[in-house]
Design a protein around this ligand. Structure first.
Ligand code: FAD
Ligand code: SF4
Length: 513
């Protein structure tokens, strides 16, 4: 029997299960990585994401080769032809693949006709296996993040003092939501210059015109495990001490603040969650960094990331079609072209995403997703946009973050109330409103901020459904206090805005015919 291993583009870790199972036989085990053009064109992708993945794959193939594996690197239109040929050439009888993180990809693999058997082995890029998450979830009434996170802290013995959390508290969120002050001394992020391999991928994507969303250069992301480890080290020494307090802040021209920028690497397998968590915990013990920053960060990786993945697998395939609010408004065109919006917060964040493929959590949740939610955009359209626009986007992380957390389209499986807000929150947590043509204090009139009229329009449209969520009663009571003539104006503004957008979308579609 000859076993061959297919390493997928988001499994670039020598310790992943398919590779580690054959480690002892590596000199005799054929390994393949395939750069598929059709796969890159299944949906639009940010051009920098394609550069990142293909360059990281090419570098990883080199690493495997130099450590003794028999590696084939194929640049092909599609997976099937490249695989079939390689299976034949190497007399492979069993194809070993680590189970893909994205469910649709499992189907793609299983549909490929091969003259050998296919074995999917468990994916070890997450701390909780699907079975362990199911066991946890089946034992509870509510799937609260807080409960899951505490179970994870105990299970992996992270920041624990026996059975109690270090510092006596599980949660330091109150210290971690400070609005930005005028002059924050933020650390510059660690970026990299493209090497020869990355330059050749850049050329391929430019010359073959593989995607047209997002600026392709300057491309500054790391592409190897070594780069990713340097980013982690940079984060721990330069950013972690101040990560907590300004975790939710947004400032013009500050793309990264104290955020770690590790998701692009972590999601490709260039880093593992446990090494990140352990390194951050070690920094607490050795460098005496404030616990609110340490806990706030560990909550993200040990808590949120694992929880989102667990729920993705725990829910059935239909989760992606959820639409609790029955929203069907098309996505405004400016999400694809930032220059088409006059709302400064959206302009700033969308421009940054076009340039880098990155925005931090609050920019994603409270600007990009919040706006789509209160306007009434179809959850599936905004999910498709996030998937296309972000450098770290994958199906497993999109469904729960966008459909669930951002759009509340699952009716509250993972959030207890929708993340909907008016300009008030944005004005408090950023400086965007200062440079905007709209007035964050107005909900009616010429200068009314669209976040305001859409927020109240959203509350009005869905008040019956929202009443069923206990945590919405205070906000809904404010709705009753709005004068009927103001409410009417709010609805007129919201409807006119949607009409204008729809006409624009229609005329662009006609131009493209
Ligand atoms: C609407 C929306 C879309 C999102 N899309 C993505 C996406 O495409 N890819 C992605 O990796 N994350 C996504 N997230 C989660 C989170 O915003 C990003 O992981 C984070 O902003 C990445 O930047 P960072 O590495 O600098 O994170 P940091 O702020 O430094 O946080 C550290 C790490 O915690 C993890 N993390 C934190 N929150 C989450 C979360 N909600 N879900 C999963 N992991 C989390 C990530 O691995 C992240 O790298 C999304 C969140 C929302 C609300
Ligand atoms: S005023 Fe409104 S549109 Fe302008 S930046 Fe503030 S929230 Fe955004």
């Amino acid at each position: 029997m000859t076993t061959g291993i297919w390493v997928l583009g988001d499994q670039l870790w020598a310790g992943q299960t398919a590779l580690s199972r054959c480690e002892r036989e590596k000199r005799k085990t054929p390994v393949i990585l395939i750069e598929s053009r059709n796969c890159a064109q299944m949906r639009p992708y940010h051009r920098q994401k394609l550069v990142l993945i293909w360059s990281a794959m090419r570098h990883f193939a080199e690493e495997l080769r130099s450590s003794g594996w028999q590696v084939t690197y194929e640049i092909s239109d599609e997976f099937a032809c490249a695989l079939q040929q390689w299976v034949k050439n190497n007399g492979i009888t069993q194809l070993l693949v680590m189970t893909p993180s994205d469910r649709p990809f499992i189907q793609i693999i299983q549909n490929i006709k091969l003259n050998c058997s296919l074995t999917l082995v468990p994916n070890n890029l997450f701390l909780w296996s699907p079975e362990e998450f199911k066991q946890w979830a089946d034992s509870r009434k509510n799937l609260l993040l807080e409960d899951f996170y505490r179970t994870g802290r105990k299970r992996f013995n992270i920041l624990m003092d026996g059975n109690k959390p270090i510092g006596g508290k599980w949660n330091f969120d109150k210290q971690n939501r400070q609005p930005p002050k005028d002059k924050l001394q933020t650390p510059p992020p660690l970026w990299f210059n493209p090497d020869e391999i990355t330059r050749s991928v850049l050329n391929r994507i430019k010359t073959e015109n593989i995607s047209d969303y997002g600026e392709i250069e300057p491309f500054r992301w790391g592409v190897t495990r070594e780069d990713a480890l340097a980013v982690l080290e940079h984060f721990i020494t330069q950013c972690l001490p101040t990560f907590g307090p300004y975790q939710d802040a947004m400032l013009t021209g500050e793309e990264t603040l104290w955020h770690s920028l590790i998701s692009p690497y972590l999601n490709l397998g260039l880093l593992t969650s446990i090494e990140i968590i352990k390194a951050v915990e070690k920094a607490y013990f050795e460098n005496k960094i404030e616990l609110n920053s340490i806990e706030g960060f560990i909550r993200q990786v040990l808590g949120w990331r694992e929880y989102m993945r667990g729920i993705y697998l725990y829910q059935d395939e239909d989760y992606r079609n959820s639409n609790w609010f029955n929203h069907h408004q098309p996505l405004p065109n400016f999400y694809w072209r930032s220059s088409q919006t006059d709302m400064n917060c959206l302009y700033q964040v969308l421009t940054q995403v076009e340039k880098t493929g990155y925005a931090h959590h609050i920019q994603r949740l409270m600007i990009l997703s919040n706006f789509a939610l209160i306007v009434g955009v179809s959850p599936q359209e905004i999910e498709a946009w996030f998937h296309a626009a972000f450098i770290d986007a994958y199906d497993w992380i999109m469904q729960t973050n966008v459909i669930g957390m951002g759009q509340f389209a699952d009716g509250g499986i993972l959030a207890s109330k929708p993340y909907a807000s008016s300009a008030n929150y944005i004005n408090k947590m950023s400086d965007y409103c200062r440079y905007c043509i709209y007035n964050p204090k107005q909900r009616t009139g010429d200068k009314a901020c669209p976040f305001n009229f859409f927020y109240w329009d959203f509350m009005l449209r869905h008040q019956q459904q929202l009443k069923s969520l206990g945590r919405m009663s205070l906000v809904l009571s404010h709705l009753q206090r709005i004068e009927p003539k103001d409410m009417e104006q709010i609805q007129v503004l919201a409807n006119n805005w949607r009409l204008k957008q729809n006409k624009l979308i229609e005329s662009i579609a006609n131009d493209n015919k």
